[in-house]
Design a binder for this molecule. Structure first.
Ligand code: COA
Length: 165
């Protein structure tokens, strides 16, 4: 039987830290579906289609990865895809409380889907999509934090925003 895991997130945008987690997850599972949440509550900079296409470009060379968008409870999405696990990254102790609460809530909703936590390389432990966007907005160097395609899109996005002002 194929062991499918779901790696959900807002991915606004995907970072090298997220990619590090995906590369670890494909070593454990047959298929890893990167599931991009609409998450309007977070007021994303990039629309859902842009986020999905950035993830697709970034994982192109990693076998065993699929990319999709979802607009439901993550546990319902796991059931639809017959996934056995939910992957989440833990960057630091500060992530733990929120992740612990989410994992227990998801277990309450479906006891058969296990949450699996993976730790990225230390050099990615301080990355977050918000900080990267903030640095990019001020023209700072983010080249070692995101894939090149994401870098280009961020530069273009902030240039467009500047022009509109
Ligand atoms: N490298 C770099 N950054 C990382 C990272 C890593 N390995 N792991 C997490 N992050 C960052 C993200 O960039 C993001 O940064 P930001 O807040 O500055 O944008 C932050 O950590 C957490 O974001 P993310 O991993 O995208 O998760 P999220 O908290 O935005 O999304 C969902 C959480 C989408 C999984 C959750 O809201 C969900 O499941 N929603 C569906 C509805 C549902 O089922 N709700 C009930 C849940 S119990």
């Amino acid at each position: 039987m194929q062991r499918i895991a779901i790696y959900p997130g807002t991915f606004d945008p995907i970072t090298n830290g997220h990619l590090d987690i995906i590369r670890r997850a494909v070593k454990i599972f047959d298929t890893v579906i990167v599931a991009v949440a609409h998450n309007e509550g977070k007021n994303p900079l990039f629309g859902i289609e842009e986020r999905v296409s950035m993830v697709r470009e970034a994982v192109r060379d990693i076998p065993g990865v699929e990319v999709d968008a979802f607009h439901s409870l993550i546990i319902e999405y796991c059931q639809k895809k017959k996934a056995v696990a939910l992957i989440r990254g833990l960057r630091a102790v500060s992530d733990f409380e929120y992740e612990f609460q989410m994992a227990l809530m998801n277990r309450k909703l479906d006891k058969d889907v296990e949450s699996v936590f993976l730790m990225p390389k230390e050099k990615y432990s301080y990355l977050s999509s918000s900080l990267i966007k903030e640095i990019a907005a001020f023209g700072g160097d983010i080249s070692c934090m995101v894939p090149e395609t994401v870098h280009n899109r961020l530069t273009r996005k902030f240039a467009e925003k500047k022009e509109r002002k």
